[in-house]
Design a protein around this ligand. Structure first.
Ligand code: SF4
Length: 346
């Protein structure tokens, strides 16, 4: 349920002590989200509106609304897209069945799957080919989990929680591997893995971290902030897995209270009662403008002293989907040529 929006500004109510904001960094857009949003904008520029997008391109209501205003049409499935039209697959990835359905419909597909999701897809394909049973730690029904599971039909069992690790059944405990969704809580995932390993000592690990750098970095930063915060505000949408995890991580690491908001107007006056230190962060699909609006409103309530708490530097960039790297004149897209670090091509 969305919270009631305030129509009045937040009030500057006195507290014992000094009011301040600790602003977590890194926060906000990750490389995969940036790439996916730019992909839709480029597709609109190049092919004209409308451009169809299967599912929300990234899980943020503000981003989706802005792209709709520019001519993007969001659909649930490719059979809602007119034959021959352009369709963008979201950052969360798709299963081969969706790719095939788009192809059968004659759609011009642009794959904005985050390269770090694609990496997990490749792991699933490889382990299935080697006849492993894959325990996929993640949330059933999440688009990313559906896409990864779809790469290895008949080989994947989803493990939703540490508790499920205690009951999940496998056919051959000597040939089991775990993989995970990219946006989970690092600590909770490790708990799930430990509980799985207690039952299946030969459990194989993925070749590298599946929980992505952006998810991990945002969790490390909010842990540091939460230890000193009376209140943590996470900017992000309800269906954004990594944003919801940030609220949980903040509460587990010392924040006295933590809430998620889509917009600054959802911050409630009563949250600030007796609060000296407010921690602020945002999920990986959140544009910085939404954080700025929260900071402005907090400043009006006396929390104008903002200190950034940075725990990592990020400079990763991904090249655009290959369908967008070449313009009509055969010019290479400047973005596709590099950026500070080019890591994968989805
Ligand atoms: S959160 Fe991680 S996996 Fe998801 S789009 Fe961003 S970088 Fe990619």
């Amino acid at each position: 349920m969305p919270r009631p929006l305030r129509t009045e500004p937040l009030r500057d109510v006195p507290v014992d002590g000094v009011k301040r904001v600790l602003l977590a960094a890194p926060r906000g857009y990750c490389a995969g989200v940036d790439r996916a949003v730019v992909a839709v904008e480029k597709a609109l520029d190049r092919f004209g509106a409308p451009v169809y997008v299967r599912k929300q391109i990234v899980h943020n209501i503000h981003v989706v609304t802005e792209l709709e205003a520019k001519g993007a049409i969001f659909v649930d499935e490719v059979d809602e897209v007119p034959e021959g039209a352009h369709v963008v697959f979201s950052a969360h990835g798709v299963s081969p069945a969706v790719v095939d359905a788009a192809s059968a419909r004659g759609l011009n597909a642009i794959d904005a799957t985050c390269p770090l999701v694609t990496k997990v897809h490749r792991e699933a394909v490889r382990f299935a080919r080697d006849d492993y049973e894959i325990l996929l730690i993640g949330h059933e029904g999440h688009e990313e989990v559906e896409g990864t599971a779809g790469e290895a039909p008949g080989h994947v069992t989803i493990v939703n929680s540490p508790e499920e690790a205690d009951t999940v059944q496998v056919k051959d405990p000597s040939k089991v591997v775990w993989l995970s969704q990219t946006t989970l809580s690092v600590d909770e995932t490790m708990e799930t893995v430990n509980r799985l390993r207690t039952r299946f000592p030969e459990l194989h690990n993925p070749p590298s971290d599946d929980i992505c750098y952006a998810t991990q970095n945002r969790q490390v930063a909010i842990k540091k902030v939460a230890a000193d915060a009376d209140l943590v505000i996470v900017v992000g949408s309800a269906n954004s897995s990594n944003s919801v995890r940030l609220v949980e991580v903040a509460l587990e690491h010392g924040a006295k209270a933590a809430y998620r908001v889509d917009y600054a107007d959802e911050v409630q006056q009563e949250w600030l009662e007796g609060v000296n230190t407010v921690g602020v962060t945002s999920g990986a699909s959140v544009p910085e403008v939404l954080v700025r609006e929260v900071l402005e409103q907090l400043a009006g309530a006396g929390y104008a002293d903002v200190e950034e708490v940075r725990t990592a530097e990020e400079d990763l960039m991904f090249s655009l989907p290959k369908e967008l790297r070449q313009d009509a004149a055969g010019q290479r897209d400047a973005r596709a040529l590099g950026g500070r670090t080019s890591a994968g091509d989805g």
